[in-house]
Design a protein around this ligand. Structure first.
Ligand code: ADP
Length: 422
């Protein structure tokens, strides 16, 4: 079993975003939660190791990334892809520069590329400047990000401040001409001693022209956009077979700890369609009521006849009031623990198709269910694929799970998810 493309992603939802793009390009993909202790559980073309290394200390990010690299190499990975955010989220110290440099050293390579361009998501790079939508990165709101404020849109400058390697630019003139011109520009930069080349790309066509020029690079660093041009280098074309998962079986359920606007609409839609739904009250959890046991006793007789929903989802006013009484962090962690315990209980009742709403809530549920690897299937809505967790999760039978972050999905998402899997 040999993996073609081994990916290291610096956060969980970013990893899913990359995995989703690779599947759409025709690759069979597994996403792992952290660096696995065990070998790969399925035969796939690409693996995405999800780290949480975007804002931790650079030394720790480097150590985790090298750990991921060693595991990917042990699985036979032929090319390594370091994935970061399409807004190039980093602090003045890194971690994009330090991690790239460490991976280059470990792979003994003198040149790689760096581009967060993802035109489908309105992230474009021109003359080395990153645009988010219609404006430069530093005018997009990202200049005020609480953890990674981006005050300069010039990626050559931003990256140069984080690395000892010389940073250069493959500009749009070369990219527009195609792989041969890109290759010539790479040779020029290499002769000038450049180690990391920012790449301009303003359209998917640019990314598809870039792909062939990267075929021989041991390391590629990028957002998730560059992925669309890499599968062809391995002789892989888009195919629905890439997203095939084991047949779904068992009962269905939704747990939701997301309070985003879209999730509020999805909960209302599910209730309005006459399906069973139970609200969780954080104040009752705080008062010591065994809300988990209550929810499972409620669900047991209902879940046999169709998907049920257990939710703490509330409008912002109610959330603020709970946070005011319990504290923001404490309320969040308490609700996450409760929902994760309910998810485990539902699986024990025979649920094998589980939808989880909420980014942090998803992390808590995946951890509580002991899920280490997820095979990525077809998307239900953009950015939200059905996934399959191998047998050791869910007591030896496997589990289909969809992890929906905040504002993703149409209003009927909670019912639609079970229709598309059926
Ligand atoms: P999203 O993807 O929509 O941001 P998350 O799960 O990442 O959703 O974050 C929602 C946070 O709000 C979680 O920490 C969750 O535990 C918390 N939470 C959920 N319901 C409530 C509630 N009713 N009151 C207060 N906090 C809540």
């Amino acid at each position: 079993m040999t993996v073609l493309l081994g990916c290291i992603a610096d956060d969980f939802t970013g990893a899913t975003d990359l995995a989703n793009n690779l599947v759409r390009a025709g690759m069979r993909v597994v996403q792992t939660i952290g660096v696995p202790q065990e070998p790969l559980a399925a035969e796939v073309d690409a693996v995405v190791v999800a780290l949480k290394s975007r804002t931790i200390a650079p030394g720790e990010a480097v150590a985790q990334s090298l750990d991921a690299l060693r595991w990917l190499q042990a699985q036979g990975a032929q090319q390594i892809y370091f994935k970061y955010c399409s807004t190039f989220d980093s602090t003045p110290e890194g971690n994009i520069g330090p991690v790239t440099e460490a991976l280059m050293d470990a792979l003994d390579t003198d040149l790689t590329i760096a581009t967060p361009a993802f035109p489908d998501n309105k992230r474009t790079v021109f003359k080395g400047y990153l645009f988010a939508g219609e404006v430069l990165l530093n005018e997009s709101g990202m200049q005020n990000h609480p953890l990674t404020p981006m005050t300069d849109a010039n990626l050559v400058r931003v990256l140069q401040a984080q690395t000892r390697r010389k940073v250069g630019l493959i500009d749009h003139v070369a990219v527009a001409q195609g792989p041969a011109a890109i290759g010539e520009r790479i040779a020029q930069l290499r002769a000038q001693g450049v180690g990391i080349a920012i790449v301009d790309a303003v359209s998917n066509d640019d990314l598809l022209r870039l792909g062939p020029a990267l075929a021989q690079m041991p390391l590629v660093t990028a957002g998730s956009g560059v992925a669309i041009g890499l599968a062809a280098n391995f002789g892989i074309a888009p195919s629905s077979a890439a997203s095939a998962l084991p047949a779904a079986s068992g009962l269905g359920a939704v747990v939701s700890g997301s309070c985003s606007l879209a999730t509020n609409r999805q909960v209302q839609h599910f209730i309005a369609s006459g399906r069973p739904a139970l609200a969780i009250d954080p104040l009752r959890i705080a008062a010591g009521v065994d809300v988990v046991a209550e929810a499972l006793a409620w669900a047991a007789p209902l879940v046999e006849s169709g998907p049920v929903l257990v939710y703490s989802t509330a409008e912002s006013g109610a959330v603020k009031s709970v946070q005011g009484r319990l504290g923001v962090e404490e309320a969040g962690a308490m609700v996450e623990r409760t929902i994760a315990a309910i998810a485990r209980g539902l699986v024990a009742q025979g649920v094998r198709q589980l939808v989880v709403a909420g980014g942090e809530t998803s992390g808590a549920c995946v951890q509580a269910l002991g899920i280490a690897q997820l095979q990525i299937g077809a998307q239900i809505d953009p950015g939200v694929p059905w996934c399959h967790a191998a047998a050791e999760a869910a007591g030896g039978t496997g589990l289909h799970i969809a992890l929906k972050s905040g504002n993703f999905g149409t209003d009927d998402f909670f019912s639609k998810a079970f229709t598309v899997i059926g």
